[in-house]
Design a protein around this ligand. Structure first.
Ligand SMILES: Nc1ncnc2c1ncn2[C@@H]1O[C@H](COP(=O)(O)OP(=O)(O)O)[C@@H](O)[C@H]1O
Ligand SMILES: [Mg+2]
Length: 451
């Protein structure tokens, strides 16, 4: 008897420690079974208590009276499916007449407490069917990406969402994106994850890192062009604009359309070209964009205008030529001068890490999702890497990228170094690499002026 008691106490203690230290393992071992039992046993009473039931239909009442049976109780939405996942449960519900998806969304906090889950979100799948996603623990505290993700060309699984699903950066759906955040909020780590995710794909990477190149130069083996000061950046961007023009000529030649067909009618892009003709898509990563927009004298002002004009042109026309912009900065508003708000309007994807004030959050979401602004200001300083990701449809999610160290990213880039395409336009900006494969940090930046 005492042995049994001791064994039970030990198991309970082990489960407690597991739950505290390794919530993901706890969930996979005990948590998921307990949660399924809890949801199934409590379902009826919880739905009733949360106001998600409807009175029985009249014909049921009449039938009960006629046959002298007990009067039927209120009815909860029918469970169509209950699916355990790596991080929680997914419940698919068929609503009763008179209920709507908003009722479920409004009750999600009550459901969370009643089922003792960490988070509950819901969305309508189709008319009358609602999916309720529950997470068993704080999945963003220690981000672990699932081993298998749905990979497609130009679509990078970059972070985990609060509801446990994977957040993708899909360049073909959202060509250009803006990432904002105060210093030390996790922008560079997010960008590093993107580079690591893009490295195994058929894509050319171009980096502009005016912080002396500290973030991107260690990854140089996978980059087709790198710039670490505004002057080189201006040359790189001009070369990209020239490349864009040439790609449009290729697309146009392939279509064999007479020159008098209006441009608007030949909506086509590089993905419509046959594979052997298709130019390599290019992702342009800009870290600390404000460095490109600041100037101290007339000459720098000229360069700044050149840079911003090139960025605006790439943002407006780059998508069809397979040139995608990924811009990071601390602030990105009209105080950086003319052209900035025009550029921002072209950057569809928006991600905001922790920001210090509402105006910075407004630069990311003010024009698309006002409630995301509030969520961005509320990110706690100690949760670095936590971010709000939205797009121009007004939807947004809380996301966090895994903490990829610079060393891990360097290793991934070195492993895929042979995939780095040589783009003729960008050849002068190709980082000069020192000989051995395990010397990741390249020599000083190549500059066309000194080359
Ligand atoms: N997703 C993350 N998970 C855990 N820690 C993170 C994450 N992102 C950033 N950090 C921490 O925050 C620090 C600063 O991140 P960094 O990306 O360099 O900030 P920023 O570029 O915004 O100044 C990193 O050194 C890292 O320790
Ligand atoms: Mg940074």
């Amino acid at each position: 008897m005492t042995a049994l008691t001791v064994a039970l106490v030990l198991v309970a203690a082990a489960v407690g420690v597991l739950r505290w230290r390794r919530p993901a393992w706890y969930w996979l071992t005990f948590g998921v079974t307990l949660a399924v039992v809890r949801v199934l046993v409590r379902y009826g009473s919880v739905m009733d208590a949360c106001g998600l039931t409807v009175p029985p239909a009249r014909w049921r009442l009449a039938l009960a009276r006629a046959t002298n049976r007990p009067i039927p109780g209120p009815r909860a939405p029918r469970i169509l499916r209950l699916r355990p996942t790596r991080t929680g449960l997914v419940l698919r519900l068929k609503l009763r007449p008179g209920q709507d998806a908003f009722d479920v969304a409004a009750a999600s906090d009550r459901l969370r407490h009643s089922f003792s889950m960490y988070g509950v979100t819901s969305r309508e799948l189709r008319s009358g069917v609602v999916e309720v996603r529950m997470t068993g623990y704080d999945v963003l505290k220690r981000v672990q990406m699932p081993a298998k993700t749905d990979t497609r060309p130009m679509r990078v699984p970059v972070a985990l969402r609060q509801d446990g699903s994977v957040h993708y950066r899909d360049y073909r759906a959202i060509p250009h994106a803006l990432t904002l955040g105060a210093t030390e909020s996790g922008k560079s780590v997010y960008q590093r994850n993107l580079v690591a995710g893009l490295a195994p794909m058929d894509v050319a990477l171009v980096g502009i890192d005016c912080k002396q190149g500290v973030e991107l130069f260690p990854l140089a083996r996978r980059f087709s062009a790198l710039a670490d000061d505004p002057d080189t950046a201006a040359d790189v961007l001009d070369a990209l604009v020239a490349r864009m023009g040439r790609i449009y000529q290729v697309v146009r030649a392939q279509q064999r359309i007479a020159a008098d067909v209006p441009d608007a009618e030949i909506a086509a892009d590089i993905w419509d070209l046959p594979t052997d003709l298709r130019p390599t898509p290019v992702v342009v990563l800009v870290d600390e964009v404000a460095e490109l927009a600041l100037y101290a004298n007339k000459e720098e002002e000229k360069r700044r205008d050149r840079v911003i004009t090139a960025l605006v042109r790439l943002a407006q026309l780059g998508r069809a030529a397979g040139i995608y912009l990924e811009i990071c900065g601390q602030r990105f508003g009209s105080e950086l001068g003319k052209g900035i708000t025009m550029l921002r309007a072209q950057l569809t994807g928006r991600t905001a890490h922790r920001v210090n004030d509402e105006t910075s959050a407004n630069m990311a979401f003010g024009d698309i999702a006002p409630d995301a602004v509030l969520a961005a200001i509320q990110i706690p300083a100690e949760m670095r890497g936590l971010a709000i990701a939205g797009d121009s449809s007004g939807g947004w999610h809380r996301i966090r990228a895994p903490h990829t160290s610079l060393r891990q990213a360097v290793n991934i880039c070195n492993r895929h170094a042979d995939r780095t395409p040589d783009l003729p336009e960008l050849a002068p900006f190709r980082p000069a690499l020192s000989g051995s494969a395990d010397a990741p940090v390249p020599a000083a930046k190549p500059s066309p002026a000194t080359a």
